[in-house]
Design a protein around this ligand. Sequence first.
Ligand code: C2E
Ligand code: MG
Ligand code: MG
Ligand code: MG
Length: 288
Amino acid sequence: HAKKSGRNTFRAYRKGMDELIEKRRALEADIERGLERGEFELYLQPRVGALDGAIVGYEALVRWKHPERGMVQPGDFIPVAEVSGKIIELGEWVLTEACRLAAGFPDNLHISVNVSPVQFRHPQFLDRIESILSMAEVSPHQLELEITESVLIDDDQRARLILGHLKTLGLRIALDDFGTGYSSLSYLSRYPFDVIKIDRSFVSALGTEETADAIVRTIIDLGSGLGMRVVAEGVETVEQAGYLSAAGCDELQGYLLGRPQPVAQVDAEISPTVAAELKRVARLSAHR
Ligand code: C2E
Ligand code: MG
Ligand code: MG
Ligand code: MG
């Protein structure tokens, strides 16, 4: 009896696996078609100076306008695109499109692009970046690449060489989602980051979990001490913005400052009320 039920469980498991594999294959083919038919779009989310709320740049966040499924969020297709290798093609489209957009920006605004670890590890990664840059009429300092801690773990030497080369091309490098990976603090001094982005999870815990306040302060001091710009992600309330600004965080990003928007709808300024509040907090902390 036990044997039989075991067999049934296994059968159910196999069926589940088959369905999963089938779903994934369909999605892969779908991504390919989506690229051919121009179904992908970049949304832009502003990043602002913490003292005055002035926009300093935008993060490009990919969206998929699927003909049947509607708007698909990156969390639902980036992981599949990574496993299947489709992220290479998609990532090149994102980079090309981001460069095209940045070329139309004023010189003091940058655009920030997320680079998947799979892209980063691809043998042709540097060549592709160079050729995309040479085709676009964009100054390299207007392009920032966001990478996550996971790319630093496997191949220390290669990661360092690639990052160094990207720096010599004039690009800026940001360490995204800082605090969520396994990297040690020494990574920060070993690699040439210009920017470090404090993960949203710490920002949203500000004021509710005591440890979050301490962690955020420590990251800001560390990043600043190493000469990097420190950016907070996922800022949703004025209280969070005030705390971060007073603690010395350089830039803020989050729904409070602006949601990711289609390019045509992107605002050149943040809400006047929020900007005024940032300036008020900045004056207060300058007097302390
Ligand atoms: P990320 O790079 O950490 O991007 C920030 C994510 O947080 C975005 O989600 C953004 O919409 C969201 N966000 C921003 N402000 C707030 C806020 O105040 N509150 C909350 N709750 N969320 C906020 P999104 O657009 O869904 O992207 C998710 C992740 O997908 C990104 O995380 C990034 O890792 C990846 N991704 C997005 N676009 C690309 C891309 O073009 N290429 C690659 N390789 N990955 C991408
Ligand atoms: Mg990012
Ligand atoms: Mg992030
Ligand atoms: Mg993230």
